[in-house]
Design a protein around this ligand. Sequence first.
Ligand SMILES: Nc1ncnc2c1ncn2[C@@H]1O[C@H](COP(=O)(O)OP(=O)(O)OP(=O)(O)O)[C@@H](O)[C@H]1O
Ligand SMILES: [Mg+2]
Length: 342
Amino acid sequence: MTAQSLEQLRRCTVAVDLGAARTRVYVRGSGLVVDEPSIAAVNTHTGSLIAVGSLAQQMSGRTPKHIRVVRPVSGGTVVDIDMAQRMLRVLVSDKIRKAWRRNPMLRVAVCLPHDAEPIAQRAAVETLTGIGARRVELVDILVAAAVGCGLPVEQPEATMIVMCGAASTQVAVLSLGSIVAAEKVLVGGDAIDYAVVQHLRSRHELMLPTQGLHPLHLALSADPAADGAEVRGRDVATGLSRTVMVSTSQVREAIHTPLTAVIDAIGRVLRGCPPDLVADLVEAGVMLAGGSAVLPGLDRMIADSTGMRVRIAENPDVCAVMGLGAMLEGRVQPLHLDPLGA
Ligand SMILES: Nc1ncnc2c1ncn2[C@@H]1O[C@H](COP(=O)(O)OP(=O)(O)OP(=O)(O)O)[C@@H](O)[C@H]1O
Ligand SMILES: [Mg+2]
C-alpha cells in the first residue's frame, strides 16, 4: 500500500467484501453493518425479489418451482450485476442507504480476489456505482485480510497469510505493504464441504440436505476436542430420514485430498520467495484467515507440512472487510522511507 493509495482509501466511507458465500459491508464510524449470505430468492414468474441473505439461505433447497434461489457472486466475482445490486440494496439498511443518497461524492472501497481479471474488476465497480458510489477503490483481498488480522504488513519483514474462503484459497507473502509472492487455488470451503458430502454418501449411504453440514461445522469448530457430531440426512436406498455420528477423524480423512491442493499452493509461494523472507517466516509463522480457517485439522496439516507455526486469526471470516475498514478509518500508517536520512 503506497501512502497515496492509503490516502485514497481514507476518503472512502464504505468498505465492501462481496464473497462467494457472504457479503460484508463496513461503514466508517459505524463498523460492520452487514454480514449476510450472498444469496437472493426470486420469483421466476414476476422477476420480483422475495428474500435476500439469511432468509433466502433458509429457503435454499426448500422452494417450490416458481421460486429460485440464486447466488449473484461466484468465486469472488460478481456474475449477475443486476441481482447483486438488488441484493445489496436490501441488505444495507434504510438508514445507511439514505445517508448514501445524501452523499453525492460517496466513495466505496471493495476488495477483490488476488489477480482479479479486468472483467471481474469492472463487474465490482459497476455493481457499486449502480447503488450510488461515485468512485470505487479496488483493494487486493490478501492485503486487506492481512491488515484485518493485525499483521505488520507495512514493515520490512515477511508475513504469510492463507485465506481460505468458500470458493478459493489464496496464499501470499507480504512485505513493505505489498505482495511479494501469491497463489490462488480454486479449493475453498465449498470444495471441502463437497468432499465431506461425498464421503457421507459413499461411507454412510446418506444424502445431506443443503444446510446439512452446518451443524457439523459448528460442533467441530466450537469444540476442537470433540470426537464428532451428528448429522441428519436421507438414506440413499430407503429415502427415509436417518442420523449418523460422524467422527472428527472421518472428517479429516475426507478433506485430506482437497487440502493437499492448499498445501501445494503454500509450497509454491514459499519457493517463489527470496530466502530472507522465508527466514522471517520461520519466526513469524503463518496466519490463517477466511471462513474455512476454523476447519478441524487445517492448521495442524499446514504446520506439519511447512514446519512453521500456524495461527488462526481472531475473527477469520471477517478479517478482509475489517482490514478495509481499518484503512478507511486511517488506522494503517504507511512506512515513511527517508532516503536522505534527513
Ligand atoms: N465453523 C465452520 N467450520 C468450517 N467451515 C466453516 C465454518 N463456518 C464457515 N465455514 C465455511 O467457510 C466458508 C465461507 O467462508 P468466507 O465467509 O470466508 O467466504 P467468502 O468470503 O464468502 O468466500 P470467498 O472469499 O471465497 O469469495 C464456507 O464454505 C463455509 O462452509
Ligand atoms: Mg472472502
